[in-house]
Design a protein around this ligand. Structure first.
Ligand code: HEC
Ligand code: HEC
Length: 153
């Protein structure tokens, strides 16, 4: 049987009408509560601010395992990374590293997620502090027994 357009439209309308009650039933269920781990308001700025001091700037810190993102051996106060500007690349880019004395970003940082080589820093490597962390005088929250990888001893 070939359905005419009005019949089809009517069928679709009827189906959506029938679907409505179940939609309402779902909406009546209690809303899931989204909570932060620190139980603070999701939108609140819970950044601890200036309670920790950055360690003094120093030579690069030895790595603990071969694939480790090197720790940042200097303060990063006010080194902002925004959509428009990346302060880290001011010193670490291949065009600036010679005059700033910083290590140039690794070749691996130019690859996109499909392994394609780009001519500038890859979006997945853009937010440096996702992987590279500075050092402060904060006490470790938990103990740890990690031992340096054998190949680095
Ligand atoms: C004003 C220049 C400057 C800026 C801005 C800067 N750095 Fe550096 N960075 C350096 C210098 C210089 C060194 C090397 C220190 C040395 O060799 O003694 C370094 C070292 C490092 C290292 C250690 C590299 C290694 O081989 O161990 C990392 C990681 C690093 N920086 C990350 C960052 C990140 C992330 C940012 C942005 C949040 C940043 N830096 C911003 C100058 C800078
Ligand atoms: C997704 C994690 C990740 C992000 C994001 C990232 N890095 Fe790295 N970075 C690494 C890892 C892992 C290494 C060590 C292995 C390698 O060289 O790829 C590294 C190595 C480095 C090195 C040392 C290079 C060398 O020759 O020894 C520098 C400097 C560096 N990164 C700077 C940066 C800067 C600046 C940014 C932001 C523009 C950044 N990284 C973003 C993971 C990351």
């Amino acid at each position: 049987m070939k359905l005419s357009l009005p019949v089809l439209t009517a069928a679709v309308t009827l189906a959506s009408l029938l679907a409505v009650p179940s939609f309402h039933a779902a909406a009546a269920e209690p809303k899931p509560v989204v909570e932060s781990l620190r139980h603070a308001d999701i939108k609140a700025d819970v950044n601890e601010g200036d309670i920790y001091k950055y360690e003094k700037d120093r030579e690069p810190i030895p790595r603990e395992y071969v694939q480790q993102p090197p720790l940042i051996p200097h303060t990063i106060a006010n080194y902002n990374i925004t959509k428009e500007f990346n302060k880290c690349m001011d010193c670490h880019s291949w065009t600036r590293y010679k005059e700033t004395g910083a290590t140039k970003v690794s070749l691996t940082h130019f690859k996109d997620r499909d392994g394609k080589e780009l001519s500038n820093i890859s979006p997945r490597r853009y937010f440096c502090t996702q992987c590279h962390v500075p050092q402060t005088n904060a006490r470790p929250l938990v103990g740890n027994t990690f031992k340096r990888a054998q190949g680095l001893n």
